[in-house]
Design a protein around this ligand. Structure first.
Ligand code: IMP
Ligand code: MG
Length: 340
């Protein structure tokens, strides 16, 4: 029987590394059977472009566009029912979306608290989507969960069971992390972090699978670093320089301008360690080296770009198996030896 892997994909910096695009590419290329989302909740926005059309998901896995893929949201993830139902309808995913009975439910009260609390709003600079206050209620054991929420009743399932039965059936599984390593409540720059751990181990715990079942931990880095919200950013560029280099981006959930800095190898090394990374992806090489735009063959990259990548590979001791060269999901160099 053909062996099918179970891979987990996480961000190696502060979120917005381009996970959505990498995941969308893999889903289509490998025809992923089941995609499960871990992470915090609707504070994350994953973006990808297919044939000139741009899609964004905040609740569903980035596999949503692929009508063959089963979509799952793990018990550790907070659900905003309005956002979820809207995405299910946009992607016509009524019959293939499953959320765990025990997903926490975000209410308007949580959203109000998140966007009016001075510490959260002004100091931490949260996304204001209610995730921190909801996780706080969860820790106090007073948050309502999906099994008690009529709005989501059609989609309830035991996601851990669903994943395990797909593992037994030798199906190709992709676990999608959200945010990024340095937004982890435990390992990031506290208190400028999100409301739970978001490293690979937690993504697995969120969806209910143990580390033994994971084959690859793919850590996604962008070719430069961006951060939205408060907290330190080493070698941060001033706004003007960031604009000049074309590194200025805007938050996909909040629309806020992202701060930027050059690629940070020390952060990358630590992210590989914290996540147990087995390989990495490097996105937006076309922003750093415009001649890279749309290239799909490594040997066609300019030598300066190859050197940039090889320096990172030798520091990390790992291979850049996927290299993003544009927004479209096919603008990518795939250097995997075994394509599933
Ligand atoms: P919260 O997760 O909304 O509580 O926000 C806490 C911090 O994490 C803030 O600095 C946010 O800007 C940041 N953050 C949360 N989710 C994401 C994300 O998906 N991408 C980038 N930054 C995020
Ligand atoms: Mg994002």
């Amino acid at each position: 029987m053909k062996y099918m892997p179970c891979n987990v994909i996480v961000g190696g910096f502060f979120g917005d590394e381009g996970k959505g695009k990498i995941i969308a590419y893999l889903v289509r290329k490998d025809d992923v059977k089941l995609a499960a989302r871990g992470g915090v909740g609707p504070n994350a926005g994953h973006t990808f472009s297919i044939n000139g059309e741009t899609f964004k998901v905040r609740m569903l896995p980035s596999a949503a566009f692929n009508s063959n893929t089963i979509l799952a949201i793990g018990a550790g993830v907070l659900v905003n029912p309005t956002v979820l139902l809207n995405e299910i309808s946009i992607f016509n995913a009524h019959n293939r979306t499953f959320i765990d009975f025990q997903c926490g439910i975000i209410t308007n009260e949580h959203i109000k608290k998140d966007s009016s609390d001075n510490f959260l709003k002004d100091k931490v600079g949260t996304t204001g989507t209610g995730t921190g206050p909801a996780n706080s209620d969860r820790a106090l054991r007073k948050l309502s969960i999906a099994r008690d929420c009529p709005q989501v009743k059609d989609y309830l399932n035991d996601i851990s069971m669903l994943i395990h039965s797909n593992l037994e059936n030798q199906n190709n599984i992709l676990l999608e992390g959200t945010q990024g390593t340095y937004l982890s409540l435990y390992h990031g720059g506290y208190p400028f972090v999100t409301s739970k751990d978001v490293t690979a181990s937690s993504i697995c715990a969120d969806v209910g699978i143990g580390p033994k079942h994971v084959d690859e931990v793919l850590v996604v880095f962008k070719s430069y670093v961006t951060r939205v919200g408060g907290g330190p950013l080493e070698n941060e560029l001033d706004k003007e320089e960031s604009h000049k280099r074309g590194w200025t981006e805007y938050g996909s959930v909040t629309g806020r301008e992202r701060r930027s800095s050059p690629f940070n190898i020390n952060l990358a090394k630590k992210a590989i360690r914290l996540n147990g990374g087995t390989s990495f992806a490097l996105t937006k090489m076309d922003v750093l080296y415009p001649e890279c735009a749309g290239i799909t063959d490594y040997s066609k990259l300019p030598s300066s770009a190859q050197k940039f990548i090889e320096d990172i590979e030798s520091e990390l001791g790992l291979k850049a198996i996927l290299i993003g060269t544009g927004a479209e999901i096919n603008a990518i160099i795939d250097r995997r030896e075994r394509v599933h």
